[in-house]
Design a protein around this ligand. Structure first.
Ligand code: ADP
Ligand code: MG
Length: 399
């Protein structure tokens, strides 16, 4: 892949429309975590330094256009104004917020924009055509600018008007965030230093089967933990008690084990609990001894040792999905130990993709210990599945 990057564009004095990911968590109109705004700053600051006229757009939360009663309250809840205000505190430039997604006010504000200044549009999802990739809307947004930059990695798996549609009408490039993501994820998948070990966990086989199958083709080992491991154990003929189980995926798990052979590594023991609760009674049992009425909520100590051994000497590790219910301290140990083992690997490229896995690594204190923690949960997962991401495919190739 050789997509144009922002460095390939002539942006000085140009109107540059940038799709960013400003989908930050808000509580009563207050931003509770501004990581996503910070992640967009390298691209924004580059454009400011090069005296571009920067027009930013992003979605924020969801707006249900099918329910006329909900539209107004959804819009009020997901207003971009506080985000624009926060951005103004983070950059050294004038930031103007336009409380609209189209119309004369917006067009006048664009016309009045000076080089080295920023304009932030209202939430793209105020427009019913955004999620449908409406070509008329895309064409209108494109008409506001000279070039388009795609930097919302968290949204590139969605073919929407602001992520894909606009790129049909303008010269386009990826920004620094998207460039970094596709370099890290792409190199790990397509030219990994070996041994290449994948660690997959999380809740559901049905969510992850595409990732498992793609990584079985590419990695030297595929380690499976988390809730989805129990569907595999069931396929081995073990009882799994009240553990997470997808009955209709047992056959698929069996086929996957046959396909993976000794490449696929499953937990040998588990921490089981008598309820899905922080203060539940819990104990360690081997994988073939889960009792009726008990559920597996974490990998056990022998499994941690096994996984560590499989990781020894790894040069590339891709990790998607926590090893247990890390949100409860009693069941976070397996995920913690895997984080620790990865952080201690020498000369290895370690990559986390997946929203909850990234949250777990950060919550457990390993934020700076990985080569790359992806900022896009759904997008990184689709990338690991080997899918084409429409918001990247739409961007022009280098000449
Ligand atoms: P990611 O977002 O990293 O792709 P998932 O969304 O697939 O990961 O899975 C994360 C969720 O899986 C977490 O909320 C975690 O509590 C849950 N989980 C992990 N192990 C288990 C388990 N043994 N039983 C139930 N839930 C689990
Ligand atoms: Mg998740």
């Amino acid at each position: 892949m050789a997509k144009q990057t922002i460095r390939d564009l002539d942006v000085t004095d140009k109107k540059v429309l940038v799709r960013v990911d400003f989908n930050v968590p808000l509580k009563d109109g207050v931003i509770t975590d501004d990581n996503r705004i910070n992640a967009a700053l390298p691209t924004i600051n580059y454009l400011l330094e090069h005296q571009a006229k920067v027009i930013l757009m992003s979605h924020l939360g969801k707006v249900n256009h099918k329910d006329p009663e909900k539209v107004e309250s959804d819009k009020a809840k997901n207003n971009m104004a506080p985000v624009a205000k926060r951005l103004g505190e983070l950059v050294d430039a004038k930031v103007t917020f336009v409380n609209e997604t189209r119309g004369a006010n917006l067009e006048n504000a664009v016309a009045a924009l000076n080089s080295g200044e920023i304009l932030v549009l209202q939430n793209t999802r105020y427009e019913p055509g955004e999620s449908k990739n409406d070509p008329e809307l895309a064409k209108y947004w494109a008409s506001l600018a000279d070039v388009f930059v795609s930097d919302a990695f968290g949204s590139v798996h969605r073919a929407h008007a602001s992520t894909v549609g606009v790129a049909n009408y303008l010269d386009s490039a990826v920004g620094f965030l998207v460039e970094k993501e596709i370099q890290n994820l792409g190199d790990a998948l397509d030219k990994p230093d070996r041994p290449f070990v994948a660690i997959l966990g999380g809740a559901k086989v049905s969510d992850k089967i595409g990732v498992i199958q793609n990584l079985l083709k590419k990695a030297d080992k595929v380690i499976i933990g988390g809730g989805m491991a129990y569907t595999f154990m069931k396929a081995k003929g073990y009882e799994v008690g009240t553990s997470l189980l997808e009955e209709d995926k047992v056959e698929l798990a069996r086929e996957t084990m046959e396909q993976g052979k000794d490449k696929l590594i499953l937990p040998v023991d588990n921490v089981i609990a008598d309820a899905f609760a922080e203060d539940a009674n819990h104990k360690v049992v081997s994988s073939d001894a889960i009792e009726a009425g008990w559920m597996g909520l974490d990998i056990g100590p022998k499994t941690i040792e096994l996984f560590k051994k499989e990781l020894e000497g790894a040069k590339t590790v891709v990790w998607n999905g926590p090893m247990g219910v890390f949100e409860m301290e009693a069941f976070a140990h397996g995920t913690f130990e895997v984080c620790k083992a990865l952080s201690e690997l020498e000369d290895a490229k370690t990559i986390i993709g997946g929203g909850d896995s990234a949250a777990a690594a950060i919550q457990l204190g390993f934020k700076d210990k990985f080569t790359h923690i992806s900022t896009g949960g759904g997008a990184s997962m689709e990338y690991l599945e080997g899918k084409v991401l429409p918001g990247i495919a739409a961007i022009n190739e280098k000449e």
